[in-house]
Design a protein. Structure first.
Length: 131
């Protein structure tokens, strides 16, 4: 059974600091750490659309984790962990929502840089005579 899209993370008891186009940022009990939650929201031309794509946030998190791991020997980052068991107690209570879509990070100065990742599927359909 397909899961529903997570449009709003709504983690009661945690202070929401920022709600971006796709990610929500929460304060934790450790003033040096933040919780990033990747939602399933879709944005196009800086507009957040009403519907989301189920598990899109989990895919975005996996892509981020890939690059943090790939570059860890090149440059230090703010990444701490994506393992919910290693997160503060007040965060672990939301395991079901956060598993696979959340990262604990160090507070850091924001560098205004945006990277957009697009993927394309290509192939031919057996029913397509000209493909």
């Amino acid at each position: 059974m397909a899961s529903e899209a997570l449009i709003d993370s709504d983690l009661h008891g945690l202070q929401l600091l920022n709600k971006g186009k796709v990610r929500d940022v929460y304060a934790t009990s450790d003033p040096n750490l933040l919780l990033f939650v990747a939602s399933d929201r879709i944005s196009a031309y800086d507009v957040i659309l009403r519907n989301g794509v189920p598990d899109k946030g989990k895919v975005l998190t996996k892509i981020s984790l890939f690059w943090f791991d790939k570059l860890k020997h090149v440059i230090p980052t703010h990444f701490v962990t994506a393992n919910v068991d290693e997160m503060p107690e007040e965060v672990r209570q939301y395991r079901e929502i956060l598993e696979g879509r959340a990262m604990l990070v160090k507070r850091a100065k924001v560098v205004p840089l945006e990277a957009i990742v697009r993927g394309y599927l290509a192939g031919a359909s057996p029913a397509c005579s000209h493909c």
